[in-house]
Design a protein around this ligand. Structure first.
Ligand code: HEC
Ligand code: HEC
Length: 155
């Protein structure tokens, strides 16, 4: 019994003692619904059907880039909570765009279809829910979901 207690205490210590190392903050929820100062927010997951506020299935260290149809790009900054990112900026320049997910070395690991997203699609997690809404396949993920990248290499 004593041993179990010690284990429990040390586990709690690991999770609370290391600051932001396992950080839960509304993962998978629509960021802009609470953060009206953000123009966009998203959570990157390792699993397509991860549940809301599931911090263990988040993909950390990834980047989000919107490639606009005029060739300009928009980069997101790390948010509070594992896997969370957001962007504040000038929405007026956005028309259609392609989303790219990059790993920490800047390699593209996943992307949406070409110009399939637009300025009305900035509340990422509102469609990229656990089961997906409005034809979204589920979460925004850190792997080549549509196999668009492997097709490019194969051609
Ligand atoms: C249910 C409401 C809610 C949702 C949804 C939410 N947040 Fe927050 N967030 C808060 C609150 C409240 C705070 C302030 C907490 C504090 O100051 O300790 C906060 C703080 C933050 C902060 C630090 C303060 C700031 O404004 O820079 C960041 C960054 C952040 N959230 C990012 C996100 C991202 C990214 C998402 C979406 C994945 C998100 N939040 C979803 C309520 C929410
Ligand atoms: C109105 C609903 C909707 C919104 C909002 C939305 N998406 Fe999507 N997303 C889709 C649909 C539908 C697909 C599948 C077709 C495609 O690839 O465009 C998709 C596919 C993706 C993919 C590839 C598949 C996957 O799940 O990883 C990524 C990456 C992506 N979206 C990122 C984003 C990001 C980042 C945002 C916010 C800037 C966003 N989406 C907002 C509907 C949406």
């Amino acid at each position: 019994m004593l041993r179990v207690n010690i284990l429990l205490i040390s586990t709690v210590f690991i999770f609370t003692g290391c600051g932001d190392s396992t950080s839960v903050h509304n993962q998978g929820k629509d960021c802009v619904s609470c953060h009206s100062s953000f123009d966009s927010g998203v959570t990157i997951f390792n699993s397509l059907n991860a549940s809301d506020r599931n911090a263990t299935d988040t993909a950390n260290g990834y980047k989000v880039r919107l490639v606009l149809d005029d060739g300009n790009t928009i980069s997101y900054v790390k948010g509070r909570g594992d896997g969370n990112l957001y962007w504040k900026g000038d929405e007026g320049t956005i028309n259609d765009f392609t989303v790219e997910i990059l790993d920490e070395n800047g390699k593209i690991v996943n992307k949406s279809r070409e110009n399939s997203h637009n300025v009305g699609r900035l509340r990422c997690n509102s469609c990229h829910t656990q089961d997906g809404l409005n034809n979204a396949p589920g979460r925004v993920v850190s792997y080549d979901y549509n196999q668009l990248l492997s097709n490019i290499i194969a051609k």
